[in-house]
Design a protein around this ligand. Structure first.
Ligand code: ACM
Ligand code: ZN
Length: 549
């Protein structure tokens, strides 16, 4: 797929056309790519012509125009039009194309660029291919580049994703990241054709989303007094003695949701329940089994105090929170967590025991199932569906729940066999908080060993599912938990380039995947990330420890 053809002839007469080497370092690799020797050259009079031009299709054109404007100062017009014009990009919706909603065709000739898709979303995905075919300087924030130096190599591409869900997750609770950094993360996701940002917003160590009805969630629940230094479990544990906190206002949340939607990325918020809720219970202890008092967690792990499943007031509280969350996030899915909820408190709580008796629940796992089903019913009544971590299988799955399989692929397999949708995020391959090389010389991480090649090798469709059951595997996601990730630079270093491997697994046909080819394309694309100021891991990308697949 990596292809560098020396240019010999071209229909384009610009100076650049005679000098450049054609480069096709597209990640994720397209379904089909035919390369040709010429190049398309931009001019100051190039325009982006869209048919039909509407609120949605305009987004694809505007993002591309924005990129060119930022790097050259030339204002490429985005206009309605029915015909391709020389030296222009023509984007059109074509519902006769035999491809899925994110598919597109791209034809680059020396005269023009033709991009077609059945949907505006597909047009946007296609513009990200054009972006990767443009020289890295297009990412520059200085408008001093000459637009005439910007070329796109001739090619014919037909492309569509293998999976309909391609996600990246970010935990902003253990450590928080600025709105600007989250936007950068989303922009890199868009460039690699991800379509979902899973935003992990509530935790034991901090509640990070403003909820107007319950101001103490952020006033009290967003700040921990101090933070554990290093790994826990050593005696004595050391703490930094410094308060840590922060949260996103509703205005900031709306800004991020809009920024993502302007890149055809859906933001799925995660509001954890019944576990990982110590920060919320610190603010409102009456929704616990014991009544507290509590403190926002200063160390990592799993905590016994979780929402009380016996008190109706807990559900009223959660419904109020979810009302505001639904107002902020148009996503069809709300992630309700469900993982790592110890049943210790429930076993001895009179309210929880009464609930189990009244509802004929045989154990605390069934009580968790009751909890999740009750929340699901509420969200369903507002037109939303739930996603939960694979623990929601225990005690019985809620009827329409999508399962995020993180403790391996087994949970996903069990859910698919029950005809539930599944997103694969196994810790073994897709947890990007794990080391990607030997730990020596690396910043402290939670553990593990998941080099780029290993992440790339993950296959989302388990062979022990039938073809019919495999249809329930919606796709995959990389998870970035941030107990040990303290800065933007470190976040980007842990996420990239491993996220690009996940992007390729989510998009590119399995038979086209080739690690060495992927790596060569990434090595070329590094100049783009350098210009964007995005950090990425620099080291041995191969599975040198020979971890078994
Ligand atoms: C998880 O990593 N606890 C979902
Ligand atoms: Zn209880």
């Amino acid at each position: 797929m990596v292809c560098a053809t020396l240019l010999i002839v071209s229909g384009c007469t610009c100076k650049k056309a005679k000098e450049v080497e054609n480069k096709y370092n597209i990640i994720p690799a397209p379904v089909s790519l035919v390369t040709m020797p010429g190049v398309f050259c931009f001019s100051e009079n190039s325009s982006i012509i869209i048919s039909p031009l509407n609120e949605e299709t305009k987004i694809a054109g505007e993002r591309l125009a924005e990129l060119l404007y930022r790097s050259t100062g030339v204002n490429i017009r985005v206009v309605e039009g029915r015909k391709a014009v020389s030296r222009s990009i023509f984007m059109s919706i074509d519902t006769t194309l035999d491809m899925g909603p994110e598919g597109y065709t791209l034809e680059v000739t020396s005269k023009k660029i033709l991009l077609k898709s059945p949907t505006a979303e597909g047009l946007f995905r296609g513009t990200q291919t054009i972006r990767q075919l443009l020289p890295p300087q297009v990412e520059s924030m200085s408008d001093t580049n000459n637009i005439k130096d910007f070329t796109v190599p001739e090619c014919i591409i037909k492309d569509e994703p293998r999976f309909r869900y391609r996600g990246m997750h970010l935990d902003v609770c253990r450590h928080m990241f600025s709105v600007d950094e989250i936007k950068r993360y989303i922009d890199v996701m868009a460039l690699n054709k991800f379509n979902t940002f899973h935003w992990h917003l509530t935790e034991d160590q901090g509640w990070r989303i403003e909820i107007n009805t319950y101001p103490d969630l952020t006033a009290k629940g967003s700040v921990r007094k101090q933070t554990l230094i290093g790994h826990g479990g050593v005696s004595p544990e050391k703490y930094d003695g410094t308060p840590y906190g922060g949260f996103y206002t509703q205005e900031e949340v709306r800004d991020i949701v809009r920024y993502a939607s302007d890149r055809f990325i859906t933001v799925v918020p995660e509001i954890e329940m019944p576990g990982h809720s110590l920060a919320a219970l610190t603010a409102y202890p009456s929704f616990s089994c014991t009544g507290g008092p509590f403190e926002v967690a200063q160390t990592w792990g799993v905590f016994d105090d979780i929402y009380c499943a016996g008190k109706d007031t807990t559900f009223a509280f959660l419904e109020d929170v979810l009302d505001e969350v639904m107002d902020l996030f148009p996503s069809p899915y709300i992630h309700i967590g469900g993982d790592e909820a110890p049943k210790t408190r429930w076993e001895s709580c009179p309210d929880c025991r009464r609930r189990m008796k009244e509802e004929n629940l045989k154990d605390a796992h069934e009580l968790q199932s009751y909890f999740i089903k009750r929340i699901e019913k509420y969200l369903n009544s507002h037109g939303r569906n739930i996603i939960g971590w694979d623990e929601i299988l225990e005690g019985g799955l809620a009827p329409g729940a999508t399962v995020m399989s993180w403790r391996g692929t087994e949970g996903g397999i069990a859910a698919a066999k029950q005809h539930h949708d599944v997103i694969m995020t196994p810790g073994s391959h897709l947890y990007l908080d794990h080391y990607q090389s030997l730990p020596e010389g690396q910043p402290l991480a939670i553990g593990g060993y998941s080099p780029l090649e290993w992440v790339y090798s993950f296959e989302p469709l388990p062979s022990d599912l039938t073809a019919e059951e495999q249809k329930y595997i919606m796709g995959l996601q990389g998870n970035v938990w941030t107990e040990y990730i303290v800065s933007d630079e470190q976040l980007e270093m842990m996420a990239f380039p491993r996220a690009f491997a996940i992007a390729e697994t989510g998009w590119t046909p399995q038979l086209k995947k080739d690690f060495e080819d992927f790596l060569a394309r990434f090595m070329e694309q590094r100049a783009r990330y350098d210009i964007m100021g995005i950090n990425y891991f620099k080291g041995d990308y191969r599975n040198t420890e020979g971890r078994e697949k």
